[in-house]
Ligand binder design. Structure first.
Ligand code: ADP
Ligand code: MG
Length: 683
């Protein structure tokens, strides 16, 4: 048997089982072997009953005292209760509908029970624990993520069959690396991760898996980057920006000027630019990009700016037009909603070079968008785009200069992971004349007063954003439909009960891009007083007259997300407010919201998020578009990440495209990780 074989080749897998396993993403023997346990039950270190961590999963050792008579309860269910305990406390065991589980227990015998401990201190409780008799030493038992019909025992057995059935397992990780870092080979690793004898084996296996994962990741990132790591094909000469500056209604900040100088020197350099422009919301990143576009245009090159949403693209196009038209530079807007005929005209203008600057959504990646001479590519709010999309954008020209704009402060280790090695320019200075946003945290009990306040603001000619309650990640078929329902209900309530005489707009993800753009346009032009929205307004939208941002269910968001939302207001000179609504009563929520009330500093906010919630939250679920890491953790394994990056660079210096026959298994792993099917983006 080979690891590439279908999982149905394994004994014990019929058609039904195969379907269940497919739900877990397991199709081949290899998938199964790479399906690591999410944890282990270690029966060798049980807790005394009274010491068991409350509400956590753990193993306790207890003696069975006696069994109670089965009881019928509602819904035709039967519960079986067993009393047990040790000399520290009593333990009540409850099993629902499973006579076998209770029957298997003998009185006056010791058992190890695994489950969640609840109840009171005097008598602890466990519901439906798994158990084994407490005699002799026991292996660690793997616990897997499960789907209906499949339990951990079944998976463990299947893994055993697979490991025995597969002869040799090719190890893609080069032996030199395994020796250098003392990593076990693949077969041994898989054995140790699935059936460890002790914790040391888990640690050893995990070390290898972390290294391997980060190594493949770095190989993939570097391969994609190498598309544009040849010589600078878009060599530019520094140009005079005086006319550009003179046409601006304001003076650039010192930070903006510094960033522009850094970028200008990249554009004239030997290798293509690969730079991150990082600046808090409102720090004026667009102007910096515009300056670079001027340099490109004056050197005869086109520029492209890609934004994550249609609204943002629209807004960028307007802003850039304002800044570039006076210099005679043409800006074109290309989004998914441009109809066939005008689209053809646009494509023509792009192909001839008449459109010197192209702004758009991912529509600009489409195959038929062919640039005459692209020299400079910018992506805004980068972490919303996949690594893949960035690669595709770079592939629109031989090796354009790349600029990534982000409002989220990114620590070095993460930027290494996300972007490969890149240079960073930071806008650490806000344009003058901004009044800091005042932030308040309130409960829903104050809703009446809050709307009273909004009424006054509207009366004074200001506008209001309301981010509506989030809905739970629903088990139902369509979260988007639920979300639309929730925001619509909220909207109707506000319109009827709280702000009956005001013009209120509704915005959610189910609207078509053109509809969204229209609502946003009405808001921007002052035809609406209030906009009730889901988080689709999250990024970048600029409405200087909006002075209040209300966020319902504020506890549901990471602080960086709250900060981004808050950044939608405070863009004009008027005093601005952010109201965080939450009825959540935990310490943690209190301290997080308190931090928001005390600081307007995006870096402080991001740092707090990173320390308290980890990088996952930091970037929002899966928004960064990187492959999902199964084992490694970008923050905790930062040291390994650096090593893996260095080793990946070494290998690629010998085999730049990873095409040497001996590296074929490696290439296969990299393509699998990036789901590149055929290596599309890395050739
Ligand atoms: P962000 O960095 O969040 O993308 P923008 O580029 O949208 O910020 O700029 C935010 C606002 O600040 C815009 O209305 C822009 O016109 C204004 N702005 C940018 N630079 C300056 C400056 N140097 N002085 C005054 N206002 C500025
Ligand atoms: Mg912006």
């Amino acid at each position: 048997m080979d690891v590439k074989d279908s999982i149905q080749f394994l004994k014990g897998v019929g058609e039904t089982r195969a379907k269940q396993l497919a739900k877990l993403g397991l199709f081949t023997v290899e998938d199964l072997l790479r399906f690591y346990p999410r944890g282990y039950i270690d029966y060798n270190h049980p807790y005394p009953v009274a010491m068991a961590p409350y509400e956590g999963m753990c193993v306790v050792k207890a003696t069975v005292y006696g069994k109670q008579l089965p009881m019928r309860i509602r819904g035709g269910r039967t519960i079986y209760r067993v009393t047990a305990g040790d000399d520290t406390a009593g333990l009540l065991l409850t099993f629902f509908n499973s006579p076998y589980a209770a029957r298997g227990l003998e009185e006056n015998r010791d058992y190890l029970f695994y489950g969640r401990v609840g109840g009171a201190l005097a008598r602890r409780e466990m519901v439906s624990p798994t158990y084994v008799p407490a005699d002799g030493s026991l292996p660690m038992t793997p616990v897997y993520h499960l789907t209906e019909g499949v339990n951990s025992k079944y998976i463990a057995k299947l893994v055993g069959t697979a490991l025995t059935g597969c002869g040799a397992i090719t190890d893609p990780l080069p032996e030199v690396l395994r020796q250098k870092y003392r990593l076990p080979d693949l077969r041994r690793t898989l054995e140790m991760i699935h059936t460890p004898k002790n914790e040391d084996e888990v640690t050893a296996a995990r070390r290898r898996l972390v290294f391997e994962e980060l190594y493949y990741l770095q190989l993939g990132m570097k391969l994609m980057r190498s598309i544009n790591l040849r010589a600078n094909r878009a060599v530019m000469a520094n140009t005079d920006l005086t006319a550009f500056y003179n046409a601006l209604p304001f003076t650039p900040t010192g930070a903006q000027q510094r960033a522009i100088t850094e970028i200008a020197s990249d554009l004239c350099g030997k290798t293509p630019m690969n730079r991150l422009l990082q600046g808090d919301v409102g720090s004026g990143k667009t102007l910096v990009a515009a300056a670079a576009m001027v340099i490109a245009a004056q050197n005869g090159f086109q520029s492209v700016l890609m934004a994550p949403t249609e609204i943002l693209a629209q807004q960028h196009a307007n802003t850039l037009q304002g800044m570039l038209r006076p210099l005679g530079i043409e800006v074109a807007l290309l989004t998914g909603s441009v109809r066939a005929k005008p689209r053809r005209v646009l494509l023509e203008a792009i192909a001839t070079g008449a459109a010197q600057v192209v702004v758009g959504t991912h529509a600009v990646l489409s195959d038929d968008v062919i640039f005459h001479r692209l020299g400079f590519a910018v992506t805004d709010e980068q972490h919303r785009f996949g690594v893949r999309q960035r690669g595709l954008l770079a592939a629109k020209a031989e090796s354009p200069h790349l600029l990534v704009m982000s409002a989220t402060p990114i620590p070095r280790t993460l930027s290494l992971l996300l972007f490969g090695e890149l240079d960073v320019s930071i806008l650490d200075e806000l344009p003058p004349g901004r009044t800091p946003i005042k932030t308040y945290a309130v409960t829903t009990a104050l809703r009446g007063r809050m709307f009273g306040f909004l009424e006054k603001q509207i009366e004074a000619g200001r506008q209001v954003f309301i981010v509506c309650p989030l809905i739970d990640e629903s088990d139902g078929d369509s979260p988007a439909a639920h979300e639309m329902q929730a925001v619509t209900t909220y909207f109707e309530e506000v319109a009827k009960q709280f702000l009956p005489h005001r013009r209120i707009g509704l915005m959610h993800g189910r609207l078509r891009p053109t509809e969204k753009a229209q609502v946003m346009q009405q808001f921007a032009s002052g035809e609406l007083d209030v906009i009730c929205s889901t988080t689709v307004i999250e990024v970048g939208v600029d409405v200087p007259n909006a002075s209040v941002m209300v966020i319902e269910n504020a506890e549901r968001y990471g602080l960086s997300a709250l900060h981004q939302l808050r950044g939608r207001v405070g863009r004009g000179a008027a005093e601005s407010f952010c109201i965080l609504v939450s009825d959540h009563d935990s310490e943690e929520v209190h301290s997080r919201l308190a931090l928001m009330c005390h600081t307007n500093d995006g870096f402080a906010v991001a740092q707090y998020d990173l320390e308290h919630r980890g990088p996952g939250d930091f970037f929002g679920e899966r928004q960064h578009g990187l492959p999902r890491l199964k084992v490694a953790d970008a923050m905790q394994d930062a040291r390994v990440l650096e090593t893996a990056a260095a080793e990946a660079a070494t290998l690629l210096s010998e085999d730049p495209k990873l095409t040497a026959p001996k590296n074929a298994p490696l290439r296969h792993e990299v393509e699998k990780l990036f789901e590149l099917g055929g290596g599309l983006a890395i050739n």
